[in-house]
Design a protein around this ligand. Structure first.
Ligand code: N2P
Length: 367
């Protein structure tokens, strides 16, 4: 006979079960440290809704800042996003946990060619999941640059910002350089006809001297501020990351403020690289980290991020979900001819790294 006591017992058991389930769902957390302006507005909330995992999200805009935290240890992050050459060096000193691909059922969605390229920095794709890939080029305000440098402004060349005479003129309308020594040095070396991955200290001396000539005309060195400033017309030229400049173009369009921004990859060539997700060895929420990585490899999810941040992703079957303007934009998916001029960055020996850091500080502080 099903009396009232049995019924009550069953009801209480059910309530306890539901509470314990809710409790465990609430307990699931994931700490992510990613670049600023590098995710769609609904990515995290959609993931939270789908999985019940609560995401704590923090941002940076410099590999050096991320590396400082990783080297100190105990970051508290379960997922971080270094650039490929930084991951390479960090992995060598044992910062990351190797990936268990059996926990990533969507891994097969990744583009094998891109994985092979990334393997140069991450042998056997042991630690890193490619997130986005990009170029480091030039964003400029079409009208202001034309007004100052005339119709013949070299808007296909590094001459626009790396020739001191041009930069001096452009300083009137505002110039931003990335605060990223490991990208500006190779860019300047390449412009000067030297090896962008040179290990010769003499070459860095030459590049530093050149940067010192440019320094008086750089309004600021910063790696995220230029997005808004270029869109508002507060600066007229920036050395910046492809998608960030594209976000600037979009922001100006949205504001309908008459500011016409363009991005180009200079004819002398430019840096191209991946930013990648990896799990620090001391991460605590490992299953949650895998759940997020796997989520990012869903074609529709990653396409919605690319559509928003204007960066090319590495999920091969995300193509059908990409907006036409993203798919067909040569600034995001460069032509074969441009691709041939792109170069990647190698890990430098500590001696050269130190030289770069020291020289960078010198350039930035000597006014
Ligand atoms: C996103 C910047 C990512 C590119 N705002 C730099 N690694």
């Amino acid at each position: 006979m099903f009396n009232i006591f049995n019924w009550l017992k069953a009801a209480i058991a059910l309530i306890l079960f539901v509470i314990s389930f809710m409790g465990s769902a609430k307990d699931r957390q994931l700490y992510i440290y990613n670049w600023s302006s590098y995710i769609a507005p609904d990515t995290l909330t959609n993931f939270e809704k789908e999985t019940g995992i609560k995401v704590v999200y923090d941002v940076f805009d410099s590999n050096e800042v991320l590396e400082g935290k990783l080297m100190a240890g105990n970051t508290g992050f379960d997922l971080v996003v270094p650039s490929d050459s930084f991951l390479d060096r960090q992995a060598r000193v044992g910062i990351f946990a190797p990936l268990d691909k059996s926990k990533l059922p969507n891994y097969h969605n990744l583009d094998e060619n891109l994985l092979a390229m990334l393997a140069k920095h991450d042998p056997d794709n042991r630690y890193a999941i490619p997130y986005m890939w990009l170029t480091t080029g030039i964003g400029y305000n079409v009208d202001k640059v034309k007004k100052i440098l005339g119709e013949d402004a070299p808007v296909d060349s590094w001459d626009l910002v790396l020739n001191p005479d041009n930069l001096k003129k452009l300083s009137r309308c505002g110039v931003a350089f990335l605060d990223a020594p490991t990208e500006i040095f190779p860019t300047v070396l390449n412009y000067l006809g030297l090896d962008p991955n040179s290990q010769n200290p003499e070459d860095y001396k030459v590049a530093t001297e050149h940067l010192s000539k440019l320094r008086p005309f750089v309004t600021y060195f910063h790696s995220s501020k230029f997005i808004n400033d270029l869109a508002n017309g507060d600066i007229c030229v920036a050395i910046g990351w492809s998608g960030d400049i594209m976000q600037s173009i979009q922001a100006a369009k949205d504001a309908n403020n008459g500011v016409n921004v363009k991005y180009y990859i200079p004819k002398e060539g430019a840096i191209a690289y991946f930013d990648v997700f990896a799990i620090p060895k001391d991460a605590e929420n490992i299953d949650e980290a895998y759940a997020f990585l796997n989520y990012l490899m869903e074609p529709q999810v990653i396409a919605s991020i690319s559509n928003y941040v204007f960066y090319a992703n590495a999920v091969k079957n995300s193509q059908p979900y990409l907006d036409e303007r993203i798919k067909n934009d040569p600034a995001i998916y460069p032509s074969a001819e441009t691709m041939n001029k792109l170069f990647s960055l190698q890990v430098m020996p500590p001696k050269i790294d130190k030289l770069m850091t020291r020289s960078w500080t010198k350039v930035l502080t000597d006014r």
